[in-house]
Ligand binder design. Structure first.
Ligand SMILES: CC(C)(COP(=O)(O)OP(=O)(O)OC[C@H]1O[C@@H](n2cnc3c(N)ncnc32)[C@H](O)[C@@H]1OP(=O)(O)O)[C@@H](O)C(=O)NCCC(=O)NCCS
Length: 188
């Protein structure tokens, strides 16, 4: 695949228990169900969804990113039952610097099953193999311990705290930044 066009033709990726596939408009009810939860969106860059229209708008933005060939996430779907449980993928990509940033969000009812880790591993493999990244970053609010744990389990290295780096919800948040280099990646 021409890596410059990777996001306009985002492939389906399979893992042991999950399928990562492009987000579709008919995912809106599933997205709305988990995105209403203020506990789930406490550390996301987006606010809780109050109405189904918020989830439709959220998906439309993702579809616009695909159409423009710009970084956008996959839907994370359980292989068994085909339930859409969250999103993961690239939030930034710089081909010039061969650098990308990943993120993930899983609905609260599915937390603690290793799904974020499994999905993010597939995103990393795509980043190193298809996008030809040399460096993949991830960052989270300093208080988001479960997200930091996922980054550590991905083998990413903690690089420090960026002060008031992201404006999330209604405040400037200190974030922990992690990265993994192609030379450090285990090829999984
Ligand atoms: C962060 C998030 C994606 C993790 O999803 P998940 O599927 O539950 O993640 P996993 O099951 O792969 O791993 C979670 C790890 O965090 C650990 N964890 C959970 N809560 C924790 C806490 N309060 N303190 C420390 N570790 C914690 C779990 O024990 C697990 O580690 P372990 O497998 O070593 O036991 C999920 O909580 C989420 O979507 N949160 C809301 C959105 C968000 O914050 N996204 C990240 C933005 S940077």
């Amino acid at each position: 695949m021409d890596h410059q066009k990777a996001f306009s033709r985002l492939p389906h990726l399979g893992t042991e228990r999950l399928i990562l596939r492009p987000v579709q408009l008919n995912d809106a009810p599933a997205v709305f169900k988990y995105s209403q939860d203020p506990q789930m969106t406490r550390y996301t860059r987006w606010m809780p969804h109050c109405r189904l229209e918020d989830s439709i708008f959220f998906i439309e933005q993702i579809l616009a990113q695909y159409a423009a060939g710009k970084p956008a996430p996959w839907a994370v779907v359980l292989k068994e039952g085909k339930q859409m449980i969250g999103t993961t993928g690239f939030v930034h990509w710089s081909p010039i610097h061969a650098r990308g940033e990943i993120g993930y969000a899983i609905g609260r009812q599915w937390w603690g099953n290793g799904y974020a880790l499994e999905a993010a591993r597939a995103a990393l493999a795509f980043g190193f193999k298809t996008l030809r990244c040399n460096r993949i970053e991830a960052m989270c609010d300093v208080a988001n311990l479960s997200s930091a744990r996922v980054m550590e389990k991905l083998g990413m290295r903690f690089e420090g705290v960026l002060r008031q780096y992201l404006y999330m919800q209604d405040s400037h948040r200190d974030v922990r930044i992690y990265s993994l280099l192609f030379s450090e990646w285990g090829g999984k």
